[in-house]
Design a protein around this ligand. Structure first.
Ligand SMILES: NC(=O)C1=CN([C@@H]2O[C@H](COP(=O)(O)OP(=O)(O)OC[C@H]3O[C@@H](n4cnc5c(N)ncnc54)[C@H](OP(=O)(O)O)[C@@H]3O)[C@@H](O)[C@H]2O)C=CC1
Ligand SMILES: Cc1cn([C@H]2C[C@H](O)[C@@H](COP(=O)(O)OP(=O)(O)O[C@H]3O[C@@H](C)C(=O)[C@@H](O)[C@H]3O)O2)c(=O)[nH]c1=O
Length: 285
C-alpha cells in the first residue's frame, strides 16, 4: 500500500485532503501539522522520511499571509522557498514523489489573457517571490514532482476570503470590495479531489500545471456570488471599490489557463457552480 504524507495538514488545503482521504483505501495517509513536522528543519524531515518510507509527499505547508510577508520576508522565504528545497532534496534521497502547491501570484498580472505554464513569471510581492523560489528549488533538484499553481483558494476550512465574507455578511456589515483584480476563485476541495484522483491513476506526467476553477471573476464578483448564494443580498450593503488599501501589491490579472491540466488529467469544475455546491453542502450540514 502506498504511503502518502500530507504536510501542513491543519491548513485549509490540508484539511480538504483529510476530508477525502477515507475515499482512498488504496493509500495509507500520514497527516502532519506544523507542530508534528516542521518542514524548515532538514534533519527532522530526513529522519521522518527514513522512519516512514513515504511514497508520495503532498506539501500543503506554506507561509500564506500575503500582507504580513511584506514585513517578514525571511520567514516567508524560509517556509516557501528553503523548506520546499529541503522537501525536494529529501524526496530525491528517498525516491518519493512530491506534489507541491504554488500560486498565481508568481505573475505580475500585466497579461491581457490567461497565463499558461510557459508564460514569463515576475512576482510583484514577497509572497509571490518566495513561492517562485520554492518552485525553482524543487525543479532544480527533483524530476518526480507535480507543481500545481492555483489561485484564490477557499473552502469551509480556515482563513480565506469565502469565510471572511460569509462572516461579515451574517453580521449585515457594509462591504467594500475591489474590482481591480481579475482571477479565479478555486474551491480547495476540488483541488484536493483532483490531486487524489491523479495519484490513484498513477500518472507519471510530472511537471508544472495550472489548476484553478474555470471562468474568471473580480474579488467583487466573488463576494457578490457568495452573498447571493447564502441569501443575504438584501441585507448587506455591498459596494464596488476601485481601490482597497493593502500592503502587498497584487496582480491585476492572474487568470490561469487550464488547457494543459485538462488535457492531461481531465475536466475542471466551473467556479460559480463549485461555489454554490459548497454553499448547498454547508447548508445541509
Ligand atoms: N490560500 C490561497 O488562497 C492560496 C494558496 N496557495 C498555496 O496553496 C497551499 C495551501 O494553502 P492553504 O491551505 O490555503 O494555506 P493555509 O495557510 O491554510 O495552510 C498552510 C499550513 O502550513 C502550515 N505551516 C506553516 N509553516 C510550516 C512549517 N514550517 N512546517 C510545516 N507546516 C507549516 C501552517 O501551520 P501553522 O498555521 O501552524 O503555521 C498551515 O497549517 C500553499 O502552498 C499556498 O501557498 C496557492 C494559491 C492560493
Ligand atoms: C477583506 C477584503 C479584501 N479586499 C481585497 C484585498 C485584496 O486585494 C483582495 C483579496 O484579499 P485577501 O487578503 O482575502 O486575499 P489574498 O491574501 O490576496 O489571497 C491570496 O492568497 C494567497 C495565499 C494566494 O496564493 C493567492 O492566490 C490569493 O488567494 O480583496 C477587499 O477589497 N475588501 C475586503 O473587505
Amino acid at each position: 500500500m502506498k504511503k502518502i504524507l500530507v504536510t501542513g495538514s491543519n491548513g485549509q488545503l490540508g484539511q480538504c485532503f483529510r476530508k477525502y482521504s477515507s475515499q482512498y483505501p488504496e493509500f495509507e495517509f500520514l497527516f502532519c501539522s506544523s507542530k508534528e513536522l516542521d518542514i524548515t528543519k532538514e534533519e527532522v524531515v530526513r529522519s521522518y522520511f527514513e522512519k516512514q518510507q513515504i511514497d508520495i509527499c503532498i506539501n500543503t505547508a506554506a507561509y500564506t499571509n500575503v500582507e504580513q510577508a511584506e514585513n517578514e520576508k525571511e520567514k516567508a522565504f524560509l517556509v516557501n522557498a528553503e523548506a520546499a528545497g529541503i522537501l525536494a532534496g529529501t524526496c530525491k534521497e528517498y525516491r518519493t514523489e512530491l506534489v507541491h502547491i504554488s500560486t498565481d501570484y508568481v505573475f505580475d498580472g500585466r497579461s491581457k489573457s490567461s497565463y499558461s505554464e510557459t508564460d514569463e513569471v515576475n512576482p510583484i510581492n514577497v509572497y509571490g517571490a518566495s513561492k517562485l523560489k520554492g518552485e525553482e528549488n524543487i525543479q532544480k533538484t527533483l524530476d518526480k514532482y507535480f507543481i500545481f499553481r492555483t489561485s484564490w483558494l477557499y473552502s469551509e476550512f480556515g482563513h480565506n476570503f469565502f469565510n471572511t465574507i460569509r462572516k461579515k455578511a451574517k453580521e449585515n456589515a457594509e462591504l467594500n470590495i475591489t474590482t481591480s483584480q481579475l482571477g479565479t476563485p478555486t474551491n480547495a476541495n476540488d483541488l484536493a479531489k483532483y490531486v487524489l484522483k491523479l495519484l490513484k491513476n498513477g500518472s507519471k506526467a510530472y511537471g508544472l500545471y495550472h489548476f484553478s476553477n474555470l471562468g474568471e471573476a473580480t474579488w467583487f464578483d466573488f463576494a457578490q456570488e457568495i452573498i447571493l448564494g447564502i441569501g443575504k443580498i438584501d441585507d448587506v450593503n455591498l459596494k464596488k471599490t476601485g481601490f482597497y488599501k493593502t500592503l502587498a501589491v497584487r496582480p491585476e490579472n492572474s487568470v490561469l489557463s487550464k488547457e494543459k491540466v485538462q488535457n492531461h488529467f481531465g475536466p475542471v469544475p466551473e467556479w460559480k457552480e463549485s461555489l454554490n455546491k459548497l454553499i448547498t453542502e454547508l447548508d445541509k450540514a
